[in-house]
Write a protein that binds this ligand. Structure first.
Ligand SMILES: Cc1cc2nc3c(=O)[nH]c(=O)nc-3n(C[C@H](O)[C@H](O)[C@H](O)COP(=O)(O)OP(=O)(O)OC[C@H]3O[C@@H](n4cnc5c(N)ncnc54)[C@H](O)[C@@H]3O)c2cc1C
Length: 385
């Protein structure tokens, strides 16, 4: 089916990205994979390509385009090639909306030109060792100093994507205790300079998949954060998270859909050239049925993604819509990637085959950005249940 959500401009951008991935990423990807990190310098290349600045307003060094679809194309192309850009997806896909919506003009002037140029890489830290799904339970504190000039940040975060490479981290911290009638009250967002004394990066976590992504623990011991670096209003952080999570969840849906599409392509190509019992694996009826069933699931996920992308651009994507898209597309991808790996036989289990890495990379889609159980809670609540 013809895709309806992308224009000729998006498709031209897709061509540019595909070439970039083929020349700048695929040849060096094994090295990144072994090192477990995307080299910091690569982000300057991404910035040069203009991908960090697409949605940054022109007065701050960007192209000023108000659409998430170019980022979606970028994610689709990474998945298509079986690669990942590490923390940069969080830099643009997650952090930029917070900066655009909540930063003052003075803050935008300080952060956005560097953001677009790849000089200031951002990450976002919500999850803590003791709390992930239940974010209102976070314990990191930011206490305002007596003279009112800075906050004193103490606590720890974990699973932070881009945590090693980041120059600034949007840290969610308690500036006030929860209220009896509102546990969500009292959380604020602070943009923390990662060179501040007392800020330390802990372990870079050894993960099942997404191995090139620098997922890290962060620790804060009496970190001084100037009041000028408070993002938005004090104590309203939870509602800011609620407003931005739909885009994060849609981006996970887009990536999952694209991984499923890539898996079908890998399996189709592989089974056509692999001979068993004297004929190509693709010639067995089971293979045809499996791939046909997978293709139908991918088509359905594509329709969901395209509708959701249009809704996001139109400002109409609700929290429940995004949860539904994430739930559906990530479950489809899990089934499809698994079935496509099976068609590879033993080679599907070997990391030099892209399907094996895809299988491992895909698993986290049902966990991060809010687990799929949390997605079901959001959808059920919207149904009045
Ligand atoms: C690779 C990776 C990258 C990440 N990147 C970031 C990042 O950049 N920034 C960030 O802040 N966080 C990040 N995260 C954290 C991620 O968002 C959390 O892991 C996720 O929200 C789940 O939280 P948790 O791990 O504490 O699981 P828990 O909350 O401990 O959940 C454990 C289990 O309980 C289930 N559960 C929880 N509550 C309920 C309920 N009410 N009813 C039924 N079941 C329930 C969950 O679905 C899950 O199955 C990342 C995680 C990973 C693995």
């Amino acid at each position: 089916m013809r895709r309806t959500s992308y224009t000729d401009d998006h498709e031209a951008f897709r061509g540019t990205v595909r070439k970039f991935v083929d020349t700048e990423v695929v040849p060096v990807y094994d090295k990144w994979y072994e090192a477990g990190i995307v080299p910091r310098e690569f982000y300057y290349k991404m910035a040069e390509l203009g991908v960090f600045g697409i949605e940054v307003p022109e007065e701050f060094g960007g192209a000023g385009i108000e659409s998430f679809k170019f980022q979606a194309v970028l994610m689709e192309e990474a998945a298509r090639a079986g690669v990942s850009f590490g923390g940069s997806s969080v830099h643009v896909g997650l952090c930029l909306p917070y900066l655009k919506k909540l930063a003052t003009d003075e803050q935008k002037q300080r952060w956005l030109p560097g953001f677009a140029a790849g000089e200031i890489m951002f990450a976002i830290a919500m999850t803590e060792p003791g709390t992930g799904s239940d974010l209102a339970g976070m314990r990191t504190t930011a206490k305002l100093s007596e003279d009112g000039t800075h906050y004193v940040l103490n606590g720890a975060k974990t699973f932070i994507t881009g945590g090693v490479n980041a120059d600034r981290v949007i840290v969610c911290a308690r500036t006030a205790p929860p209220r009896e009638d509102d546990r969500r009250f009292g959380i604020s967002l602070l943009v923390v300079d990662t060179t501040s004394p007392g800020y330390t990066v802990g372990r870079k976590l050894d993960k099942l998949g997404l191995r090139v992504s620098d997922t890290a623990e962060l620790n804060f011991t009496d970190v001084r954060v100037p009041v000028e670096d408070l993002l938005g209003e004090e104590n309203k952080g939870f509602s800011y998270l609620g407003q931005n999570l739909p885009q994060e969840r849609l981006s996970i849906a887009v990536g999952a859909y694209a991984q499923a599409a890539a898996a079908v392509r890998f399996a189709r190509e592989y089974t056509q050239q692999r001979n068993v019992f004297g004929k190509p694996v693709a010639s067995f009826q089971n293979t045809k049925f499996e791939l046909a069933a997978c293709k139908a699931e991918v088509d359905a996920a594509e329709a969901v993604v395209d509708r959701a992308l249009d809704a996001l651009d139109a400002g109409e994507l609700s929290a429940a819509d995004a949860a539904s898209a994430k739930l559906f597309c990530t479950e489809v991808a899990a089934r499809v990637v698994d079935r496509c790996l099976q068609l590879h036989g033993g080679y599907g289990f070997i990391n030099e085959y892209p399907i094996a890495r895809l299988y491992a990379d895909n698993r986290v889609n049902r966990i991060y950005g809010g687990t799929n159980e949390v997605m079901k809670m959001i959808i059920a609540k919207d149904m009045g249940l």
